[in-house]
Design a protein around this ligand. Structure first.
Ligand SMILES: Nc1ncnc2c1ncn2[C@@H]1O[C@H](COP(=O)(O)OP(=O)(O)OP(=O)(O)O)[C@@H](O)[C@H]1O
Length: 259
């Protein structure tokens, strides 16, 4: 099976060298965990180290803001776009807006076909335009706008199943699952799940990463520290944060007890 290295220092050795080609991988984490950075680095390394074009799909940010943020790491996304190696697309705001309306008020918009299908077609068109091999979608949470969990399940299922047929190795972000005893539909559907965590120990921010699953891969199962630097994410694949996490809990407990 062909492997797709992320190019993120320290990460690929945790998953036997890279993702399995054409898999859909979920990247979860809270705000500021580094999901966008991880995904951008995956695309940027794909283009610059492995000559694999990539598409970045955003539901809420503007491409201009994404390019500006990525400049912080020295990644010149604009040049890659000009060279037809990268596309940054904002899911068509009109189609996406209609999708939201239709999902929230299904009876009022039954005549309106411009929904999720339009958004999927838009993504597919960009993939084909530059023959992309890597896809990064930020974020699946934007699609979970129906109050009905059955609707949400159906939407996510339809979205992920379509993306799976695009012949791209895809990374999709999602908000952290707050209930560890209950897997979300996307956690079941994805071939792999990577979880980014941020803890605070005496004022210091400790970032750690866990691979919850990676089908067909003998993956690492330890909580590994990572940092976000001026050049992007670095994972410390030989270190672990088990002791540090234990400190967080004892720290919380001692502040509650007033120790
Ligand atoms: N050069 C840097 N050095 C250290 N940390 C940095 C650097 N640049 C950005 N960061 C940190 O990276 C984080 C931003 O990461 P990113 O936008 O990838 O997170 P995210 O998980 O996508 O967040 P959200 O879900 O809110 O969009 C910020 O918390 C910021 O503090």
């Amino acid at each position: 099976m062909a492997r797709v290295p992320t190019g993120i220092p320290g990460f690929d050795e945790l998953i036997e060298g890279g993702f399995i080609e054409n898999d859909v991988i979920l990247l979860t984490g809270g705000p500021g965990a580094g999901k966008s950075t991880f995904g951008s680095q995956y695309l940027y390394s794909g283009i610059t180290q492995y000559n694999e074009p990539g598409v970045y799909v955003t539901f809420e940010e503007t491409p201009a803001r994404i390019m500006r943020n990525m400049w912080r790491y020295g990644w010149d996304m604009e040049r890659l776009i000009k060279e037809n190696k990268l596309r940054i697309i904002r899911a068509d705001p009109i189609a996406y807006g209609r999708y939201i309306k239709k999902t929230l008020e299904p009876d009022k918009h039954d005549h309106d076909n411009a929904t999720l299908e339009t958004v999927l077609k838009q993504i597919y068109a960009s993939v084909k335009e530059i023959n992309a091999k890597r896809l990064f979608i930020d974020s699946l949470t934007s699609l979970k706008i129906s109050p009905d969990p059955v609707d949400v399940r159906h939407i996510i299922l339809e979205f992920v199943k379509n993306i799976e047929s695009f012949d791209c190795t895809t990374l999709i972000t999602s908000e952290a699952n707050m209930n560890p005893d209950h897997f979300s539909v996307e956690e079941y559907l994805a071939e792999g799940v990577i979880c980014l965590k941020v803890n605070r120990i005496a004022g210091e921010r400790i970032r750690s990463l866990e691979i919850l699953k990676m089908r067909g891969v003998k993956h690492d199962e330890v909580l590994r520290p990572y940092v976000i630097t001026d050049k992007g994410i670095i994972v410390y694949s030989s270190d672990s944060v088990i002791g540090k996490e234990a400190d967080v809990f004892s720290l919380q407990r001692s502040s509650i007890l007033g120790e």
